[in-house]
Design a protein around this ligand. Sequence first.
Ligand code: BES
Ligand code: ZN
Ligand code: ZN
Length: 454
Amino acid sequence: MEFIKGKGQVKAEIIINGTKKFEEYGFNGKDGEVLVLAEKKRIYVGIEKINAENIKTATASIIKSLKKYKFESVEITPPNTKKEEILISFFEGFMLGDYEFDKYKNEKAKHPVKKIAINSKREYADLIIEAKIRANTINFVRDVINSVPDEITPPKLAAIAEDVAKENKLECKIYDENYLYENGYHAFYAVGKASSNPPRLIHLTYKPKNPKRKIVLIGKGLCYDSGGLSLKPADYMVTMKSDKSGAVTVLGIIKAVSELKLDIEVHAILGAAENMIGGNAYKPDDVLKAKNSKTIEVRNTDAEGRLVLADCLCYADEEIKEYDEIYDFATLTGACVVGLGEYTAGVMGFNKEKIENIIKNAQLAGEHFAYLPFNKYLPKLLKSNIADICNIASSRYGGALTAGVFLSEFVKNKDKWTHLDIAGPAFVEKEWGFNPYGASGFGVDTFINYLKSL
Ligand code: BES
Ligand code: ZN
Ligand code: ZN
């Protein structure tokens, strides 16, 4: 897809809250409405008001709606605004809307619209470059998450990370199961041990010359989560290829950051493993020792993400000297999806300012994060009679929060840490907004905004 100046075959217009109507066609210009007048070579999309989410959704739906036609170019005037996030969203939406995951289909998706003709005298070249980097990254993240577990094993995810590192001149270290075992990352090791596809800890670094800040991003990379011996019911196991979303998201973020040449040092740590069953599987009743020497009573092998992340958080404290901030991205709990719904991620931590910053930058990206506050009663729910902590809470309520509290036990400086539970929006089995069926690439745009704002 290419952005050009001048005329296109079809004219597109974004209508704000019914300022233009075509009552004869039942089009009132309300949010989400689309009208294609193919003979007149016009397309109209309604939005309620101008913001990043609505604009991204509008341009995405222009591309989606034109798929059944043969028009090769669309002409459109960008919104009359100086706000960068709106304009970037405007350009990005076309490319996000053009995404379809057809890798395993014999009949491939159609991409008739090749050119977006920008009808304006203004110069948008820099914004278009940035929008392309963002959208290509998000579509890459979607592709990897959507790919099946038989293909994306932990070693394969490591190979994909190596390719990203090579293309973008990033440092890339890959550690295998022996390293994890020999160096005391036994919580992470235990989760992966029943699989014939061994775990990998992947550490990428982007180091510009004079970085303003040093930021660590950790991602849960469960290439498959069967639940382990605490096996998931059949219906809940489907879609668990998406349990690697956190890891793939942080891979996407470091890729985009390096392509945008931001002045921030970024470390991406991907904890890749498969949670499977077998004669050598870790068990409910096992006690595992994480790298920071804390012992964990396993009472449910399906609460595996926190075990992998616990050791990844320890790895960051051991191996990355004096970082400023640390974030973890994880499809961690079903409870977070129950509480906030499929379209909103949970954000937890002790540093209210950082949390507010994430929520603000998410709004500018058209993504939704909600703050879930910890309190002093929660840690008690993780008490174990035989170890330092238990991997599940004694209460059935507040599962997203107790998972977050568990993670906090493995971070040295709690004020630097923020936890993002993306279990809802990372993968949704229907189209929504500017997102397709399946993986969304959620979190990438929010974080690029945030890192750019530093
Ligand atoms: N990967 C799941 C969480 C999940 C659920 C992600 C639904 C996306 C959609 C996680 O490993 C898990 O199974 N968590 C358990 C924790 C429980 C055993 C304390 C859960 O949420 O049920
Ligand atoms: Zn699980
Ligand atoms: Zn999981």
